[in-house]
Design a protein around this ligand. Structure first.
Ligand code: ADP
Length: 581
């Protein structure tokens, strides 16, 4: 597994490399295939072409110059040959004259050598002018005159040798020789002039060619230099581009190497992670096995649960039918209580009425001893009526038929209202009663009759379960600890018997009394607190108790607050009304 991961990274490296190559390759191809580059290639051939043209031109110029020189030399040779030929003729003439004049044969030496040279020179001249038809024609015309002149010279020499000076002198004086010499001079002069003319033409042509070659060389050299400079510039740019590309490649290579290192590092980390994953995989496998076992167990439990649910469903159906039966019974109970209420209260009211009439001596006075009996009858009647009222109240609450007439209730006024109602009981028990002043703006949202009923019940209990001479305090304050839930707390505190801790949670249940014995001091049904708490909760509040046996109890009724927090925050002052008996 790790090897495969490493392989993946290797391929990532080669991928990164090929990416760099593929990035740089098109650049290079663009550079090679670009039109500018084709022009540059052509320009690179330019100097070579120019040099080739220059070479060919130079070679042709040199060849032509060599030909011109040969022609010039040839022309000069012709001129020299013509001059030499004429000079040899003059030498022969000079030798003939000297011999004619002196008769000295030593003068014949230049004559003989002159003739020999003349023949040689004439032959050479003919050979030299072989391709020149004009010169050949001139030489053709010269040959008979030369022969004639040599004949006249030979005639003079022969005449001097054979006859003597006068004969020879007459030959010379005839002037024929001079005429021949003039003709020869003229022809030789024409030959030389023609050659000079040729020479001039050759030299002029050579000068023109030389100028052309020079211009070609100059222009070619300038072009070559220009092309070389342009090419040099292009090559420099090319070299710069190549250098930039090389630098880019170096940078990319460096980056690639760094990436490679990073990838290798990551590869190592991946290998380590792979090992960790393998360990985790094993752990997961064992967890999976455990889970599978647990799943099997859960499946079993689910089956059991299903069976339980089925059993519960059955039980629910049983409960539902029981609840329906209970509701039926409850309705029957309510009907019964309503009926009984009427049936019980009517005779009880009659008992109270007749007892009161008897006490008042209607229709006739009763003996004094019967007054006490009548008082007990009245007390029992009130007690029974109270019991019946409590039972009916509770039955109505349980049946949910109590109607709450909710509204804003000013607590201070309500507390003041209850005081005269419980004053006689307080006095009969010798208790001290204090109603602490509370904020007159303390207003709760409640049904005032129900609040009054609860407070009377709590105060009545406090009176009942506090030994004579006790202290009973009524107070009210705002509870503003929770900004969103604002309540008013109305407290009834006594210094009575207190309630054992184990009974605190049950005294709010119906028919529960701490002392349920028949011979207990206080009367009661055990329904007062149950009714009070139900009423408190019915108004959105609650009723709770704190108590210590032998010290006293505090019952707190909480109700929803209507007033503002600022007003509620006001501090309380000492009691303004106290009642002691
Ligand atoms: P009753 O007063 O009719 O017995 P309640 O429901 O009002 O019924 O009270 C239930 C019981 O709670 C009382 O019997 C009494 O034992 C106890 N109790 C109620 N108020 C006080 C109190 N202020 N001090 C001590 N015990 C009390």
């Amino acid at each position: 597994m790790p090897a495969r991961k490493f392989g993946t990274n290797q391929s990532a490296v080669s991928l990164a490399r090929s990416k760099v190559q593929s990035e740089s390759e098109p650049k290079r191809r663009r550079f090679v295939d670009s039109p500018a580059n084709r022009w540059r290639n052509l320009l690179a051939l330019g100097p070579a072409i120019v040099v080739l043209v220059l070479g060919m031109t130079t070679f042709d110029g040199v060849r032509r110059t060599r030909e011109s020189r040969a022609l010039v030399a040839h022309t000069r040779n012709v001129i020299d040959g013509a001059q030499a030929m004429f000079s040899a003729l003059q030498d022969a003439e000079t030798g003939e004259r000297g011999y004619v004049i002196t008769g000295d044969s030593t003068y014949l030496a230049p004559y003989v050598s002159g003739i020999a040279t003349l023949r040689t020179d004439t032959a050479e001249l003919r050979a030299l002018t072989q391709g020149n038809l004009e010169q050949q024609a001139r030489l053709d015309s010269l040959s008979p005159i030369l022969r004639e002149r040599l004949a006249t010279l030979a005639a003079g020499v022969a005449s001097r040798r054979a006859i003597g000076f006068d004969s020879a002198a007459s030959v010379v004086r005839s002037g024929h020789g001079r005429v021949l010499m003039d003709s020869i001079r003229t022809i030789v002069g024409n030959v030389m002039a023609s050659e000079r003319n040729l020479l001039d033409r050759h030299q002029a042509a050579e000068a023109v060619r030389g100028g052309v070659v020079t211009w070609i060389l100059l222009a070619g050299t300038a072009t070559a230099v220009f092309l070389a400079l342009v090419l040099n510039g292009l090559l420099l740019r090319h070299a710069q581009t190549e250098a930039r590309l090389a630098h880019d490649l170096d940078v990319r290579n460096t980056q690639l190497e760094e990436q490679n290192l990073e990838l290798e590092l990551q590869s190592q980390q991946l290998q380590e992670q792979a090992a960790e994953l393998e360990v985790q995989n094993e752990e997961l496998q064992s967890t999976s096995d455990t889970l599978a076992e647990q799943a099997a167990e859960l499946e079993m439990q689910a089956e059991q649960l299903e069976a339980t649910i089925r059993a519960l469903d059955d039980a629910n159906q049983v409960a539902e039918s029981a609840r329906a039966a209970a509701e039926l019974a409850n309705r029957a109970k309510s009907d019964f209580l309503a009926t009984m209420s009427h049936e019980l209260r009517t005779p009880l009211n009659a008992i109270a009425g007749y007892a009161q009439l008897m006490q008042l001596g209607v229709p006739e006075p009763v003996p004094a001893a019967h007054h006490e009996y009548l008082a007990r009858i009245q007390q029992s009647q009130r007690h029974l009526l109270g019991v019946i009222n409590s039972v009916l109240n509770f039955a109505r609450i349980e049946a949910g038929s109590v109607v709450y007439e909710m509204g804003d209730v000013a607590i201070a006024a309500l507390l003041a209202e209850v005081e005269p109602l419980i004053a006689p009981q307080m006095q009969s028990r010798g208790h001290t009663y204090a109603c602490l002043p509370c904020d007159p703006t303390l207003v709760v949202y409640a049904d005032p009759d129900k609040v009054r009923q609860i407070l009377l019940n709590l105060l009545s209990n406090a009176i009942k379960f506090t030994p004579s001479g006790g202290q009973i305090t009524l107070s009210a304050e705002a509870l503003i600890d929770e900004p969103t839930e604002k309540y008013a707390a109305i407290r009834v505190r006594d210094t009575g018997l207190g309630i054992p801790p184990e009974k605190l949670s049950t005294i709010f249940d119906p028919f529960v009394q701490v002392d349920a014995s028949h011979n207990r001091a206080a009367e009661g049904t055990g329904l007062g607190l149950a009714i009070s708490r139900e009423l408190a909760r019915g108004m959105g509040g609650d009723l709770v108790v704190e108590s210590t046996v032998g010290v006293g109890s505090t019952f707190t009724l909480t109700l929803g607050l209507v007033m503002s927090i600022e007003t509620a925050n006001k501090t309380t002052s000492p009691p303004v009304s106290e009642m002691a008996t």
